[in-house]
Design a binder for this molecule. Structure first.
Ligand code: CAA
Length: 696
């Protein structure tokens, strides 16, 4: 049997080298291999020092996350780190790539640390709903001081080698192969007579205002508990002995291990990777992608062009007039200036991107050689068809023709060309150079390699790409329309938009639905309601109070008035008193007696509406798997990551209880609350959405 940890000696130095692709996660076999290697090196009288290093991409990316939730197997990580630290022989960690979580904890268990200049270290456990559980919260503050350790652990950020050196996390930076720099450092230390230097024996960290820090971190986490819990663990490193601190860390770690937030965050970790892993694309090669065209230089088109430029693609953007061309260029330049300011690109790169890589023109002929075109013009089928007609005429054979429509029928657009197999929907979210979500909308005739090219583009742009089928709103906007309606119904029945927004931000959403509507512009929802009016079912409840505000020319933030009133120069808004009057008038017209809602009921109804529509979207094949719904809501709609997504939330809440609530709500409004057949089926079979994910 091959072992993931190999043992070799180089003079007086023993090397324990980990090779556990892809990222040297600390599986049971790796932990066992390190423990056995330590035993062997200590038993060898010719060995004076031990180097731990990794092969491949990383020193160690952390605990093996796929082992979480399974019965723990010996040797446990905390004991392994303690065992390494207690060695009578000098132990050096030689780090390259990333050393994260348990990986950094192993390194902190070593007596000295040397790293390549490009190495990064960090304790990102809070992003998995945990805290470091193998001494990280006790050892790191002894090296960096409490304040720096709290910052590093509660943000989980990756720290580059030079900063890690400054903070005292590593002792030396050396260029070269990690094994070589490890051996050289160990020899150097031995020659200077250095011996073991356990971090646990260093003085405890200074005290800081723990309660104030805890409160601040809790507030920043929007309800996420792991970062705040980490503050208490670091507090223990300051107030307790090392051994008692380790016990406290373990207790807090085990508490978090049992939480729903931990389950949600790990669901998010694996599925943001699984989402672009589609069985239908196995073995399908994407088409070549070096240059793209963008039609339309408004906010969306300019955002798409910016994202493509930042991914080092050549971009040709088409606008209708010379003025529009210049306005588009200004928007893109403004976006790139932002990237320059944030240090994402250098001045030289900025200059190249805005000159060589970008062409802005009015003539479609300039698109004759591009590999892919994204159309981002006005949402009108006739306008889109005209654009696609022109593209069909000028683009080279094999060029992918993509529409950025949010809801129009991609099949109809494709059918208007002579090459429907080259047509796809690429639905970006505004601002397109910032938002992570990309819906790859697959029409009936779309060729598999065009789908693969959509995903390849998403990857190049650093997006989370989700496959969606054709329907009004695809995955995200279709589900949004339904939970928004649930929120509107609650307003008509007596909850205020402000209570609803607060209940949902307390639940963890970045913003509540009414604040979002103000931000997006109330005219968008107004136009959608008018568009859908002819197809309304007679039993459908459609609140119209907000249309009265739109009729007065108030469209939310951009006009200074919507659900909230916005004063220039102030962040956020204050409740608009007109809303209560408009709602009361509609309630009187409809004969509704308003009632009180608890925050819990608001969240429950909102979530049930989201899950029910999510189930329909899966059942109809618009989303292939529940995880596609989860990732869409997480990356495009501000859904709290620590719930994993709406379908994961439903699994945790229990599908039977979600269905029971939907059936209860259906007694008031049978049209809106029709339970999705898939939900009923899963409950009847005792299965979960995650079971469907696993089935593929
Ligand atoms: N355990 C198991 N698998 C892991 C893993 C881990 N810790 N880290 C990464 N992987 C897997 C990924 O799932 C992915 O698998 P597939 O190819 O099958 O999808 C593969 O490794 C490559 O990962 P990425 O696609 O993410 O590659 P990348 O180069 O973009 O990023 C990385 C590499 C920076 C290591 C990133 O994967 C990452 O941040 N991983 C998580 C690190 C982490 O959170 N570590 C702490 C774990 S908790 C802990 O260690 C403390 C404890 O006591 C419990």
């Amino acid at each position: 049997m091959t072992t993931p940890v190999t043992y070799s000696t180089h003079g007086a130095i023993a090397v324990l080298r980990i090779d556990n692709p892809p990222v040297n996660a600390l599986s049971q076999a790796v932990r066992q291999g390190l423990s056995d290697g330590m035993d062997r090196a200590e038993a060898d009288a010719d060995v004076a020092a031990i180097v731990i290093c990794g092969g491949g991409r990383a020193f160690i990316a952390g605990a093996d996350i796929s082992e979480f939730g399974k019965p723990p197997m010996q040797p446990h990580l905390p004991e392994l780190c303690t065992r390494i630290e207690a060695s009578p022989k000098l132990v050096v960690a030689a780090m390259h790539g990333v050393s994260l979580g348990g990986g950094l904890e192993v390194a902190l268990g070593c007596h000295y640390r040397v790293a390549q200049p490009s190495a990064r270290v960090g304790l990102p456990e809070v992003h998995l709903g945990l805290i470091p559980g193998a001494g990280g919260t006790q050892r790191l503050p002894r090296l960096t001081g409490a304040e720096k350790a709290v910052e590093a652990i509660t943000t989980g950020r990756h720290i580059k080698a030079p900063e890690a050196l400054e903070l005292g996390i590593i002792d030396r930076i050396e260029d070269g192969d990690s094994q070589e720099i490890g051996i050289a450092y160990a020899q150097d230390l031995l020659s200077k007579g250095a011996g073991p230097r356990p971090v646990s024996a260093m003085p405890p960290a200074e005290a800081i205002d723990w309660d104030a820090t805890y409160d601040a971190v809790l507030k920043k986490g929007r309800g996420q508990i792991s970062p705040a819990t980490a503050v208490r663990a670091v507090q223990a490193a300051s107030e307790l002995s090392f051994d008692d601190g380790m016990t406290r860390e373990r207790d807090l770690f085990m508490e978090l291990m049992g939480t729903d937030q931990r389950k949600g965050l790990i669901h998010a970790f694996f599925n943001e990777r699984a989402v672009s892993n589609l069985p239908e694309l196995k073995g399908v090669e994407p088409r070549a992608l070096q240059s793209i065209g963008v039609i339309g230089g408004g906010t969306m088109g300019a955002g798409i062009a910016t994202a493509a430029l930042l991914a080092r693609l050549n971009v040709t953007l088409i606008e209708m007039t010379e003025e529009a061309v210049e306005a588009a260029r200004d928007r893109i330049t403004g976006n790139l200036q932002g990237a320059l300011k944030r240090g994402k690109i250098t001045q030289a790169q900025f200059d190249a991107l805005t000159t060589q890589a970008l062409t802005v023109a009015t003539n479609y002929d300039t698109l004759s050689d591009v590999d892919l075109v994204v159309e981002a013009v006005f949402e009108d089928m006739d306008v889109k068809k005209q654009v696609f007609g022109k593209l069909d005429a000028v683009c080279k054979p094999g060029c992918v023709l993509a529409t950025n429509t949010s809801y129009l029928d991609v099949n109809e657009i494709a059918a208007s060309t002579k090459r429907p197999d080259d047509v796809i929907g690429l639905h970006f979210f505004s601002p397109a150079h910032v938002m992570k979500l990309l819906e790859v909308v697959v029409a009936d005739a779309t060729a598999p390699d065009v789908v693969a090219t959509g995903f390849a583009l998403g990857k190049m742009l650093g997006k989370i790409s989700v496959r969606a089928g054709v329907c009004d709103g695809f995955i995200g906007n279709r589900i949004l329309a339904v939970y928004r309606t649930a929120a509107d119904h609650m307003v008509l029945d007596g909850a205020s938009p402000y209570q609803i927004d607060k209940a949902l931000t307390d639940f963890g959403f970045a913003m509540g639905p009414f604040a979002v509507a103000d931000l997006a512009g109330l005219d968008i929802g107004w136009a959608t309601r008018k568009r859908k009016a002819p197809d309304r079912h007679p039993e459908e409840r459609v609140p119209t109070y907000i249309d009265r505000l739109c009729e007065q020319g108030h469209f939310g933030q951009k006009t200074g008035e919507g659900y909230y009133i916005y004063e220039a120069g102030k962040r956020g808004g204050t409740p608009n008193p007109k809303i209560a009057e408009l709602v009361a008038a509609e309630q009187r017209d409809l004969g509704i007696t308003p009632r009180d809602f608890t925050d819990a009921e608001i969240v429950r109804r909102y979530m049930c509406a989201m899950v029910n529509e999510g189930a329909r979207v899966v059942e109809e094949g618009i989303a292939k798997r529940p995880l596609d719904v989860d990732m869409t809501l997480l990356f495009g709609y501000g859904f709290p990551r620590y719930w994993g997504g709406p379908m994961k939330w439903a699994d945790i809440a229990g599908l039977d209880s979600v269905l029971a609530d939907i059936e209860r709500f259906a007694k008031e409004d049978a049209w809106f609350w029709q339970p999705a057949p898939l939900l009923k089926q899963l409950v009847a079979e005792g299965r979960s959405f995650d079971d469907l994910n696993r089935a593929g």
